[in-house]
Ligand binder design. Structure first.
Ligand code: UTP
Length: 274
């Protein structure tokens, strides 16, 4: 039902400099697989077939990763190393990849709007690949697609974070519908310390209905002078319904050094070896 998944991947990744000076943050490997490939795996597992990637300057390696490398394949053909390409070959065969450039980094809301022509007039998913989500039973996007089938409105994934970390996230307030589902009544991007409406932080998984594009177009720059998806979603929530879903699984903020190391250790033990 939801076939398209948008990957905003144009950001500068300043928290990971100098590594991200010439390498996209999304290409940083957790063990032996780049972050973006984990996100694409999750989207495929949720039944999506069209991966729409918003790129920026210096992000060519993202496109190369989801394409054939004839020279390399010829070189290792018939050797034991060939099996190391099995997963990425299957990803390339399972999905279509399209790309669009965000010419100016005007924020996540603007990056999503940049993907409009790729997504069209359909509900779609958004994955921020630097949030790595792991749930062996059912990926977070698959959980959200199941909810979308029921409610047919935009959904954001949320996680409880310590009160002294809410200023790093978009934070929601909502009316409880079930144990893990809320209807959003308020949303604040990176609230000042002590002013957050709750400790429920939005993480990098969204399902959005296409009316969000017109709303983003009419959204003024907010926090940090950037066009914030949080501000657009609050408008959508006021005019209709946006749900916040406490997902099942683990999430690592791989845009930060600490989260990246945690994810690496976890995936080495539980995914790579396991
Ligand atoms: P972040 O807030 O993590 O920013 O963006 P960043 O630039 O990637 O990293 P830091 O904070 O400087 O270290 C959240 C997501 O939105 C994308 C980023 O690529 C990331 O996936 N993004 C952000 C864009 O695609 N375009 C933008 O203008 C801003």
């Amino acid at each position: 039902m939801i076939k398209k998944c948008l990957f905003p991947a144009a950001g500068y990744g300043t928290r990971f400099l100098p590594a991200t000076k010439s390498m996209p943050k999304e290409m940083m490997p957790i063990v032996n697989k780049p972050l973006i490939e984990y996100g694409v795996d999750e989207a495929i597992q949720a039944g999506m077939t069209d991966m729409c990637i918003v790129t920026g300057r210096g992000k060519h390696s993202l496109m190369d990763h989801f394409d054939k490398n004839y020279e390399l394949e010829h070189q290792i053909s018939g050797t034991s190393k060939e099996a190391l390409l099995d997963d990425i070959r299957s990803v390339i065969d399972s999905a279509n990849f399209t790309y669009i450039r965000q010419r100016e980094m005007k924020g996540l809301g603007h990056a999503i709007l940049t993907g409009r022509d790729l997504v069209g007039d359909n509900p779609f998913a958004v994955v921020l690949a630097d949030d790595l989500c792991i749930n062996p039973d059912q990926g977070v996007l698959a959980q959200m697609v199941a909810l979308y089938k029921q409610f047919r409105c935009s959904i954001v994934a949320v996680e409880e974070v310590p009160a002294d970390e809410t200023h790093k996230y978009g934070v929601i307030a909502g009316e409880t519908l079930t144990d893990n589902l809320m209807r959003v009544t308020d949303m604040v991007e990176k609230p000042e310390q002590g002013t957050a409406p709750s400790n429920l932080a939005i993480i990098g998984r969204y399902i959005l209905t296409p009316d969000i594009f017109d709303i983003i177009e009419n959204t003024e720059p907010g926090k940090g002078g950037e066009i914030q998806i949080t501000d657009a979603l609050l408008q959508q929530a006021k005019g209709g319904c946006v749900l916040a879903y406490k997902f099942k699984g683990k999430r690592f903020d791989c845009g930060s050094v600490e989260g990246f190391i945690e994810a690496t250790n976890y995936c080495f033990e539980n995914v790579y070896k396991g």
